[in-house]
Design a protein around this ligand. Structure first.
Ligand code: G6P
Ligand code: MG
Length: 214
């Protein structure tokens, strides 16, 4: 029986996936190449450093460790410029209602995000108070699809993996949930998130009943 809900942040609760994409695209463009939206799917849920490595490989560009550090910092500065201007209006449709509903129904909630910027986003969007535990990129060493971020969330909440459901928009995130022995609800498209237990277009399509049937 499901007792806890673990939420990815970017692309599930807030529309920051778009900002990540814009900032990475701008970085690639400054190096003289571009990448597609389909390629971008592979960056979702993946840490900053690993995202950069993938992008450099697509552009067939080689950089030293020091140059990579600089590029990642540059991308992050553009990204932070965008997220510091966020407002609660950028919380994705249905999010506040769904979080309120499951909280009232007695489920425990944790954040499980690869982002090192989760604090500022949760604060700007007024979502922080919903979460009993927050696990983010500052607390894990292994990036999704490794299950570390979700296993840590389950442990902090005090539940077994099979008592947890993960909400994810990323292929890597759904894989992380499954490898951790958890249920996964995909937020996005069925043909992309093929390993999820089921897929919806957003939290506005879910009610507490959907958790009881898992
Ligand atoms: C999330 C996003 C990724 C992002 C990662 C790290 O998982 O889906 O696109 O690269 O977080 O985010 P950060 O804010 O630390 O650069
Ligand atoms: Mg995401």
């Amino acid at each position: 029986k499901i007792k806890a809900c673990l939420f990815d942040l970017d692309g599930v609760l807030v529309d920051t996936a778009v900002y990540h994409y814009q900032a990475w695209k701008r970085l690639a463009n400054t190096m003289g190449f571009d990448f597609t939206e389909t390629q971008n799917e592979q960056l979702k849920g993946v840490s900053r450093v690993e995202s950069l490595n993938k992008i450099l490989a697509w552009g067939k560009v080689e950089k030293t460790a020091a140059e990579k550090e600089e590029l990642a910092t540059l991308k992050n500065s553009w990204y932070v410029d965008m997220i510091t201007k966020m407002t609660p209006a950028e919380v994705l449709p249905g999010t506040v209602d769904f979080l309120t509903e499951i909280h009232k129904a007695g489920y425990k909630l944790a954040l499980g995000s690869a982002s090192k910027n989760s604090g500022i986003i949760l604060e700007r969007t007024n979502l922080a108070h919903f979460f009993d535990e927050i696990v983010d990129g500052n607390m894990v060493t292994k990036s999704k699809p490794d299950p570390e971020v979700f296993l840590k969330g389950a442990e902090l909440l005090g539940f077994q993996p099979d008592e947890c459901v993960v909400f994810e928009d990323a292929v890597a995130g759904v894989e992380a949930a499954k490898r951790g022995g958890m249920k996964a609800i995909g937020i996005g498209e069925k043909n992309v998130l093929t390993d999820a237990d089921f897929v919806v277009s957003g939290l506005d399509k879910l009610t507490v009943k959907d958790l009881e049937s898992l």
